[in-house]
Design a protein around this ligand. Structure first.
Ligand code: NAD
Length: 434
């Protein structure tokens, strides 16, 4: 099939690469000229495991092409996927201006029957709006269907999550659109055994917001439990293990830490609270989820201060900056709030991240220094603050690390290290709920 994807970010580019891999002819469009220029040279603008390999494989043969112009990019498209950003606005609601803009342009370039897929995460009822905009701006009598096909990929696993999806949700208004979507995903459905869930459009839109908010709620729940564990001497990791073995609860998203970040959970929780309010429902549960999450970063800094007393003049090595491992994405990373607070307190921060340093330099305070590797970040440090649990930190030689530090404190924001083991090496250890 000929597929056009508008918005070539984490979702659009990874989806495009996978759709090319399963045999479609894909054109990825973005209005960011620098991004498209880079892709035309065969280079991925983002880090995602396996992505560059798929670009190398499919771009030279033309199965995966890149454009800035929607009109050119939509020629002969049977499916047009909207994957533009839907950022948080000042009021917390999703900013849908990009979705509206591209919908207008799609309308002006329709030819034969086209399925227009809403893949960006949007509040319920956006499908109605997209349909309205397309009807108002279409220049001829071109048949189309709008479909909601929410995306569930995880950054850091985007390619494998798309190839081996656990479920594919399509919200449709016609059997014809459902058939096109099934054909689009047929190789994935056959290979991965993904559940195929067909609903109406509002239900599909709600599945996405409800899923992300539920996962955010699990994280805030275990963080609240961690705060209780710290007060009563219980170990939150064992509590989580004991809870997670109950198959009604499940083990995922029960890791206590410095809270969730990223481009999705914070904005999707806010957007869900907002749309619920518009629909007349006061979503207090999610407000508490958000509050717990926001407090977690300050509690982490407080632990460092509790050991070091004043931050002024202290040297703090921060390991891990991205909002989670295996990505270079810094959007709403917990490291940002933590480092801002450390710097505001007068600490000298020296940071290291395996993949996120370029993007970190654009968002962290200017005073932050960057180390070439994890070990050199520790030279003369009064504290190692572990913020993102990259694999290379798991295997770090902590005995050697201690020799380089001025004072051996580990503040472990992800419970990555074993408390008894690091204490045996002579470290003072502060985890989350342990
Ligand atoms: N990143 C994730 O893990 C993830 C997972 C599931 C769903 N989502 C959702 O998918 C959507 C995209 O997320 P992302 O992380 O890929 O965002 P992104 O910011 O990485 O990419 C969005 C792209 O859209 C482009 N764009 C914006 N307006 C445009 C326009 N008018 N014409 C052409 N291109 C335009 C931007 O330049 C950008 O490259 C969001 O709604 C997000 O909530 C993201």
């Amino acid at each position: 099939m000929n597929v056009t994807i508008i918005g070539t970010g984490y979702v659009g580019l990874c989806t495009g690469a996978v759709l090319a891999e399963i045999g479609h002819t894909v054109r990825c469009i973005d209005n960011d000229e620098a991004k498209i220029a880079m892709l035309k040279e065969g280079r991925s603008p983002i880090y995602e495991p396996g992505l560059q390999e798929l670009i190398d494989k499919h771009a030279p043969a033309g199965a995966l092409a890149f454009e800035t112009d929607i009109a050119t990019g939509m020629t002969d498209a049977q499916v047009v996927i909207i994957a533009v950003s839907t950022p948080r606005s000042d009021t917390g609601e999703a900013n849908l201006v990009y979705v509206e803009n591209v919908s207008e342009q799609i309308a002006k370039n329709l030819a034969g029957y086209t399925v227009i897929v809403e893949k960006s995460t949007v509040p319920v009822r956006t499908g109605e709006r997209v349909k309205q905009v397309i009807e108002r701006n279409s220049t001829g009598d071109h048949p189309f269907d709008v479909v909601s096909n929410p995306e569930f990929l995880r950054e850091g696993h985007a390619i494998t999550d798309t190839m081996k999806a656990d479920r594919i949700v399509v919200g449709v208004e016609s059997e014809r659109a459902a058939q096109v979507m099934r054909e689009l995903y047929a190789p994935i459905l056959e290979e991965s055994g993904a559940a195929w869930i067909v609903t109406d459009i509002p239900t599909a839109e709600t599945i996405k917001h409800a899923s992300n908010s539920f996962l955010a709620m699990k994280i805030s729940y275990i963080n609240a439990i961690a705060n209780i564990c710290e007060r009563c001497g219980a170990d939150v990791r064992k509590v989580a293990e004991g809870m997670g073995l109950d198959n009604r609860i499940g083990p995922g998203f029960l890791d206590a830490g410095v809270g969730y970040g990223g481009s999705c959970f914070p904005k999707d929780v806010d957007a869900f609270i907002h749309i619920a309010g518009e629909l007349g429902y006061d979503f207090k549960l999610l407000e508490a989820v958000r509050e717990i999450n926001e407090a977690q970063r300050g509690l982490f800094v407080a632990k460092i201060k509790d050991v070091l007393w004043n931050l002024e003049g202290k040297r703090i090595a921060v390991w891990g900056l991205t909002y989670k491992p295996n990505t270079d994405d810094m959007r709403n990373a917990p490291s940002i709030g933590i480092i801002e607070e450390l710097v505001a307190g007068g600490a000298q921060v020296i940071a290291y991240d395996p993949k996120g340093m370029d993007k970190a330099k654009q968002v962290l305070p200017e005073a932050v220094e960057y180390a070439a590797d994890a070990m050199s970040a520790l030279d003369g440090a009064d504290c190692l603050a572990l913020v993102t649990e990259w694999d290379e930190f798991v295997t770090a030689d902590l005995a050697k690390a201690k020799e380089r530090m001025h004072f051996p404190l580990i503040a472990d924001g992800r419970n990555l290290f074993e408390k008894s083991e690091v204490e045996a090496l002579g470290f003072t250890y502060r985890g989350v709920g342990v």
